[in-house]
Ligand binder design. Structure first.
Ligand code: MF3
Ligand code: CO
Length: 248
């Protein structure tokens, strides 16, 4: 069942979303060669708590940290640790926060210093695929219009979408119905209605779509170890059109 949110519930979700966006901005400004992903995690946790919110990932199914930090061939769910970022890396940061009973969830992939043209293009295509998905968050469209917009953007660029992980509804829980695949056919799936709120999150690989999960049972990597990028926003469907809640 897809839970629709009232205007005041969406307003509350915007507060949670803003904290998520501020956390991502703070981390972006700290990213440089030599910093560890554990240091980035500590900065994020401190900021979220200082803002009166709670890190949504910490403790979720036993996840041990505030952010997911996923460098290079790591697709999603990289656990922060002692790995130092190196010039030329790309690093995907995923953040969730709960404020007053509502969740916000967003992610972005950042360059570490100067990166290759190929890596920059992957970042650009993944970001555009999210924006194309967001554009479809309009009343009376179909859910898989979002999926199709993401997939067609990615595949036109010669990249592949990860199929084993999906976007999701979000609200008083971090994960609500529906699941939102990053692939699908237009005009299929449930009809999109006012008040629905979606976390849309394309995960895009330069190489093949297949992934492996490492022995920690969290870290998702590309099977061919090619680079992967990830962008995510929390988006409400309103009379005025798509309303991105995870913004500053
Ligand atoms: N954005 C991801 C999701 O919505 C982040 C979850 S990480 C976890 O599923 F650690 F909380 F699982
Ligand atoms: Co999410």
């Amino acid at each position: 069942m897809i839970i629709r949110k009232s205007k005041s519930e969406i307003a509350a979700m915007r507060h949670a979303g803003r904290i998520v966006a501020q956390t991502l901005k703070l981390i972006e400004n700290e990213i440089r060669p030599g910093i560890t992903t554990a240091e980035l995690d500590a900065i994020a946790e401190k900021f979220i708590r200082k803002s009166g919110a709670r890190p949504a990932f910490k403790g979720y199914r036993g996840y041990p940290a505030t952010i997911c930090a996923s460098p290079n061939e790591v697709v999603v769910h990289g656990i922060p640790g002692s790995r130092e970022l190196v010039e030329g890396d790309i690093i995907s940061i995923d953040v969730g926060a709960e404020l007053d009973g509502f969740y916000g969830d967003a992610a972005a992939t950042f360059p570490v210093g100067k990166i290759s043209e190929e890596a920059q293009r992957l970042i650009d295509v993944t970001k555009v695929s999210l924006l194309k998905g967001i554009e479809q968050c309009v009343e009376d469209n179909y859910l898989y219009d979002i999926s199709y917009a993401v997939q067609s953007t990615v595949e036109a660029a010669g990249y592949s979408v990860v199929k084993e992980f999906v976007g999701h509804g979000i609200g008083r829980a971090m994960h609500e119905d529906p699941q939102i695949p990053n692939f699908g056919l237009p005009r299929r799936g449930p009809k999109i209605k006012l008040g629905m709120v979606f976390a849309i999150e394309p995960m895009v690989n330069i190489g093949g779509f297949k992934v492996d999960i490492l022995a920690d049972n969290w870290t998702v990597v590309t099977e061919d170890r090619s680079l992967s990028a990830h962008f995510e926003h929390t988006v409400a469907v309103t009379k005025q059109g798509p309303d991105v809640l995870t913004v500053l």
